[in-house]
Every structure is written in C-alpha cells, then in structure tokens.
Design a protein around this ligand. Structure first.
Ligand SMILES: CC(C)=CCNc1ncnc2c1ncn2[C@@H]1O[C@H](COP(=O)(O)O)[C@@H](O)[C@H]1O
Ligand SMILES: [Zn+2]
Length: 387
C-alpha cells in the first residue's frame, strides 16, 4: 500500500507547482488497476481543478482500459490475447510501427456491435470518472465481414453509446468525430466524409467533425485533399494529425492551407525539429489549436523525453495548446496524469493548469456548449484556490 501511495503521490511547492514525489519502477495490470482507483481518490482530495477538464483527442479503440480488455478477452478466449499485447506500460517504449500493431490487436477484440457499444460506454464513463466534463471521441468506421458489422452500424452504435450514457446521467458531454484512416486512400476517405455528413445532419449535433489519422508513414495527404475540403465545405470541423513524423513537412504545408480547425500532435512543425518557420507562420496565422499528447509521443518515441516535448515551444509562444491523451488504454494513462506530467515537467502552477483547461473550452467543436462550460469552470474555480 505504501508503495502504491508513493507511486502516485504529488505535492505542490510554494508556487503551487505540481511535484511528483516518486515513480514506480514497473506496473503490472493489477497494480495499474488499483493505482487508477487510488490516484482518482488522491486527485479528488489534492487537485480539485483536475475535476474540470476537456479531452479533445481520444481514439476510441486506443482508449480501451485494462478492465474492458479483460471483458473482451473473456468474450473471445480463442484469440489468446494477453494484456501485454494491448498496452505499453510505464517505462516501456515502442516504435510508432509497434504502436500501430497494438491497435490491430485491439481491433481483433472489438469486432461486433456489442463490443463497440460496451467499449464506447466504458470509455465515456472512465473519462467522466477522471473529471472530464467534455469529451470528443474519434473513431474509424469499420466493416467486419465475419460479424456482419457495417460502417454505418459502427457509427450508429457509438452514437447509441453516447445517448445511453447521457440517459444514465453520466456527468459528461460527448461529441463524435468520424475518422479517416489515411492508409485506406482517397476513395474510402470520400465515402467516410459522406457518412460523416449524413450523421452530422441526423444526430442533432453529436457528430461534429472529421479526424485524419492512421500511420503517418503511409500515403500522402495530397490524395486526401478533395475529401478533406469537401468535409470542411459541408460544415464538419477538421482535426488533422499533422507532422507526427519528420518526413511530413510538404504534406503539412499543403493541408495547412485548407485550413484545419485543430492539429493533432504537430510534433515536427517548428524549425528546431526540422519543420519550418513557414509552417509555424501558417499555424499562427489561423490561430489553429494543437492537441498535445505527452505520454503518447514519448512512449511512441517521436519525442525523446518529456522535457523535449514540443508543448513548451507552443506554450511559451502563447499559442492555443490542449493537453490530450491520444490512446489512454494503449499508453496506460489518463487526462489527469497528462496534466500532472505537463505541470511537473514544465514547472506549471495550479493557476497555469487551470488556465490551460479553461482556454481549451474555446478549442472545442461544440460552440453551443462553450458558454455552459465556461460557467461550469467559473463555478469550480473557487474550490481550487481555497486549498
Ligand atoms: C498507438 C499509436 C499508434 C499512437 C500514435 N498516434 C496515432 N497516430 C495516428 N493515428 C492514430 C494514433 N493513435 C491512434 N490512431 C488511429 O486511431 C485508430 C484506432 O482507433 P479507432 O479504431 O479509430 O477507434 C488507429 O487505427 C489509427 O488510425
Ligand atoms: Zn491521435
């Protein structure tokens, strides 16, 4: 017990800056589960500001937790999938390619409408339990011949999960971005945009946008430009994974002209890491927010260490930057942990953290909710500074 406490114990110094006291050497699934509970408990006492956050970059299948994986494995024992194959634990690193292999294993486990419903509801409840008040989930519609699942049913099932959570009183607003996997090429991208448009019009505002993601080393954004432009023209908000690897500068130049409404990662945009001033100028000109995922980038080895993360570059410039998880299940993290990592790495105070989470409200794709969220944040603020 003492060991577990030490693992997640944080304190604040005289500036109110978060300090992590100790890090566990290695966490197994059991330890991970118990610490997630314990950490939520500690956070609720020590950092009330952590109970007001918004998550703007979360891939559904990458966000599946240990406990949900256990339920899926029990449904499909014949697949012989073990925990080590679906998550990258504390201290472990993988190449980006290996990270995508992990997602393929999870896809094997999630291949029916029942699975999607359970996974989406669990993920929504887990974000809510972590104090996330507004969540934008994204996922790639998948067709599974063996189970009869269609892409349309896939999206309908995610929407159903969002509605059920709402009806059950889960304290979180959820919106959905339909994802285009760049690996599948231009034709599929265009079909996906049409599907997203249909759902945007038929779900009363639950589908708000389009995400471009997938293995950044596969394909080129120029082929996807017509689909992305069509999405923008029909009113879908665009969040594009850009410059996740160093070789994407040309593609980013092109896609930034659309322009996107938000950027996922943008790890190699700035000149100090092989990007260019012209790329930075384009991002600045449109004030395009960045979705930054510290653990994902470090564990996926596109960033060498937390202190080298490009969060600092953009934060120091005062550019809108939103802390996100990317794939909380795969990377064994949650949004509270990502905020704490940013705070301890970059010497941020509680006030700084508060301001970050408050400014993220203006980066959401649900303008109809922004006023309500600002009000909620103002109501929760006094509880933070009374401590
Ligand atoms: C784990 C990993 C590779 C992290 C690196 N960051 C990522 N970069 C680009 N696309 C991603 C990333 N993480 C998840 N995705 C996308 O999200 C999908 C999984 O979630 P879903 O099935 O769309 O619900 C992946 O197949 C991939 O298309
Ligand atoms: Zn991502």
């Amino acid at each position: 017990m003492v060991f577990i406490l030490a693992y997640y114990c944080f304190c604040t110094d005289e500036r109110g800056t978060f300090r992590r006291l100790e890090i566990a050497p290695k966490d197994g699934p059991d330890l991970c589960r118990s610490t997630i509970f314990l950490r939520s408990w500690l956070i609720s006492f020590d950092f009330p500001m952590m109970s007001s956050k918004e998550e703007l970059h979360a891939h559904l299948n990458g966000s599946v937790s240990f406990s949900t994986i256990e339920k899926l494995v029990a449904r499909k024992p014949h697949l012989n999938i073990e925990h080590g194959m679906t998550a990258i634990r504390s201290g472990q690193r993988r190449t980006l390619d290996e990270c995508f292999q992990v997602l393929k294993v999870i896809h094997q486990l999630v291949d029916t409408e029942e699975d999607i419903l359970m996974v989406a509801k669990d993920v929504i409840r887990e974000f809510a339990a972590d104090g996330v008040k507004y969540l934008e989930l994204r996922s790639t519609p998948r067709k599974e011949k063996t189970t009869g699942m269609t892409k349309r049913r896939y999206v309908e099932t995610v929407i159903e999960a969002i509605r059920q959570c709402k009806n059950e009183g889960v304290d979180i607003e959820v919106r959905f971005l339909v994802a285009v996997d760049r690996r599948n090429g231009a034709e599929v991208a265009m079909e996906t945009v049409k599907l997203a448009e249909d759902f945007m019009l038929s779900t009363g505002g639950l589908v708000v946008g389009l995400d471009l993601s997938g293995d950044p080393t596969v394909g080129h954004g120029r082929d996807l430009l017509p689909a992305l432009q069509k999405a923008k023209n029909c009113g879908l908000k665009l969040s594009l994974h850009l410059s996740e690897v160093p070789s994407q500068a040309d593609e980013s130049e092109l896609l930034l002209n659309i322009p996107p409404d938000r950027i996922g990662h943008g790890t190699f945009l700035h000149p100090e890491v092989g990007g260019s001033q012209s790329l930075v100028d384009k991002v600045r000109k449109h004030n395009t927010p960045l979705e930054l995922c510290l653990t994902s980038n470090v564990k996926g080895q596109t960033v060498s260490s937390y202190s080298q993360h490009h969060f600092l570059y953009w934060y120091q410039m005062g550019h809108p930057s939103v802390i996100c998880t990317d794939d909380k299940g795969v990377f064994c993290t949650d949004l509270s942990q990502e905020y704490q990592l940013a705070a301890s790495t970059f010497n941020l105070s509680q006030e700084d953290m508060w301001t970050l989470s408050q400014k993220a409200i203006d980066c959401t794709f649900a303008p109809d909710l922004q006023q309500q969220l600002h009000q909620k944040w103002l109501e929760l603020r006094p509880t933070l500074f009374q401590l």
